[in-house]
Design a protein around this ligand. Structure first.
Ligand code: CAO
Length: 263
């Protein structure tokens, strides 16, 4: 008598139902497994993030004392110069990035082949945006020539257009360095993925009121933000990333020094 047949390996009951999908449809409740066809921004993310995997990422983390900036923003928010423009921390962080890039231009560059680095003159600072269609990274052009107010106006314009799915090609291409303010949603540290062909990206955590010691050893309430940098270790040494981060942090911790860089 032949032995009983081995049970057939169980097959997942995957429905072959396929459908084109955009961002909102990901959370559609279905009673069976569904194949989702990626299109547009979602499809582009597969390509760019797969490409990013070929970059050896160096991670560097620090905390920034935002106490002075929190106070300053409260005051600046009242400025009539802002009109309807929302004034968040981003314009200051974007300006501080550009100022620090002046001293560390390799972070504003791209590796070409195996032995060339294209150092870019323009500081086109990208920012990750959680848009209705998913992750987009529009950028503010020539930040090195803009005041903080001008950056705030441009950020406001881009965010509003992004929310309405109306961003033009120019706004989403040509970025040279990126920031990802994940802290506007929550969380402290992140492990940001470099957007090729850029060389670095910084993820900004939530600004939190936390106890810290002052110089007289008193415990004081301070506003702290964690920053997580990733840099392309083929062209950026860890020491350089740390020095860049120190300089960037110093602008945010002493925002009055930014006045010296106003045009
Ligand atoms: N910590 C504490 N408060 C923060 C904060 C932070 N890190 N970031 C923003 N806030 C505050 C703002 O100051 C603002 O406060 P008020 O209401 O008092 O003005 C409020 O939160 C809302 O800010 P916002 O998010 O509308 O604006 P923003 O300029 O700070 O950020 C944008 C704009 C587009 C970066 C943000 O909306 C966003 O999409 N963040 C998500 C980025 C993301 O998805 N990253 C992951 C990428 S990898 O998948």
């Amino acid at each position: 008598r032949s032995p009983p047949a081995a049970p057939a390996p169980s097959q997942p009951q995957v429905s072959t139902m396929s459908k084109p999908v955009n961002q909102q449809q990901f959370d559609t409740a279905v009673g069976e497994d569904t194949v989702i066809i990626l299109q547009g921004i979602k499809k582009a993310m597969v390509k760019s993030m797969t490409e990013a995997l070929s970059i050896p990422h160096f991670g560097y983390y620090d905390e920034v004392n935002m106490t002075e900036l929190v106070k300053l923003r409260k005051e600046l928010k009242k400025s009539p110069m802002l009109g309807e423009v929302q004034f968040t921390y981003m314009p200051v962080m974007i300006k501080a990035t550009s100022l620090a890039l002046k001293d560390y231009p390799v972070l504003n560059s791209s590796l070409i082949g195996e032995d060339k680095v294209l150092q870019k003159a323009a500081h086109n600072i990208g920012f990750a945006m959680d848009s209705p269609d998913g992750l987009i990274v529009p950028n503010i052009k020539d930040v090195q020539n803009l005041s903080i107010l001008e950056i705030a106006i441009e950020l406001d314009r881009i965010v509003k257009l992004g929310q309405q799915r109306k961003l033009g090609q120019d706004d989403i291409t040509g970025g040279t360095f990126s920031l990802s303010n994940i802290g506007s949603i929550g969380g402290t540290y992140a492990k940001p993925v470099i957007l090729p062909p850029q060389a670095a990206i910084g993820a900004l955590g939530k600004i939190q009121a936390l106890p810290r010691y002052d110089e007289d050893d008193n415990l004081v309430k301070q506003y702290i933000m964690k920053v997580s940098w990733s840099a392309d270790h083929r062209i950026v040494e860890g020491a350089l990333m740390a020095r860049f981060s120190n300089l960037w942090r110093s602008y945010l911790e002493n925002p009055s020094t930014l006045i010296l860089h106003m045009k």
